[in-house]
Design a protein around this ligand. Sequence first.
Ligand code: TRP
Ligand code: SF4
Length: 411
Amino acid sequence: MNSAEHQDQAAASCERVLSGMRPTGALHLGHYHGALKNWAQLQRDHDCLFFVADWHALTTHYDSPEIISAHTHDMVVDWLAAGVDPQQSTLFVQSRVPEHAELFLLLGMGTPLAWLERVPTYKEQISNLKDKDLLTYGFLGYPLLQAADILIYQARWVPVGADQVPHIEMSREIARRFNTLYGKDAGIEAAARAAAERLPEDSRGQLASLRRAADQEGRVEQRDAARALVAASKLSRSDRQALLAQIDGGRRSILREPEALLTPESRLPGLDGRKMSKSYGNSIAIREERGSVEQKIRRMPTDPARVRRSDPGNPERCPVWQFHLAYSDAACREWVQRGCTSAGIGCLECKQPVIDSVLREQQPMLERAQPYVDQPALVRDILDAGCQRAQQAARETMREVREAMGLRAPS
Ligand code: TRP
Ligand code: SF4
């Protein structure tokens, strides 16, 4: 599901949203347009948890632990700069809620190795990052750790980019498998039968035939339709839960199946037209200094055909045009099109409105960041409070997980 559809569907809901980011240090405008702007939007009508995935960073950078804490701090300041609001959202650090590790361990017991080996990024990354030895247990297990991150909060929505969707899919499978293995419950059939009696007769018949189609013919849409029917009914919460449990195969749902909430691809490329990335050296930081923004944009490559000021150009061959598409209104774009193709304007002239727009976008972010730059302890306080809140939620899930797996809580 994409963001726009989601906004329609979940307009008034306050279901839990969870997302994480590896601590990479100062973030750039690609992160802002590709993730943070969306987080700041979601927090307005959802219970949002956002965390620094520091253990995830160690799955690939286990040999450079010195970067973790500085990068964590800088990244969280950028979240705050981008408008992620600690009054509305819970901000925390993965390693400070060690319950994630316990769930990761327990989920690992029943997770088939093949599920991890077939995650698309696994083999890809191993061959992409040749200078690192990633044939490690930690790297193989990283999508399972991600599943634990999500499932431990019973999150409903996980805003991510397209590259992460397979991980969310796997989290769903893992939740389902866990519920199948550990959620057996004889009482469910009886409770569901009693609940169905309380449905209006036509809904009861409809539900029965949807379930039959789902169970006997394996039709997924029918299962979804059955769930929707129950969700829309006027039954009590416990009746609805009993019916939902029956639809899901007579199991208690201990871990909730999350859903990916696809963040639309950022329209902003890097300064050279490739994807914006710190490692390509083509990025503008969220809190980049004014002078440096100006200089970077002035030095952007343009259509190579415009060697002299009098040579006409083609915006389609120019990364500056992509910035105009992201930032400029119709009148300004029209001015660029005409001026470029007729050599009526120079490239520096063309870049000025882009410079102005980027600086204008950054201004409120710089202002929001200032208190945290002046008083770094504020960030510490935010994370302390967030970790505490997150841990409380994580502990609730772990209580149920331990019980379902026959374990006692540590005393
Ligand atoms: N794997 C994600 C990334 O590399 C980060 C991440 C870790 C994450 N755990 C998560 C994202 C849980 C969403 C939910 O970008
Ligand atoms: Fe690019 Fe603008 Fe120069 Fe045309 S005028 S080449 S769009 S910078």
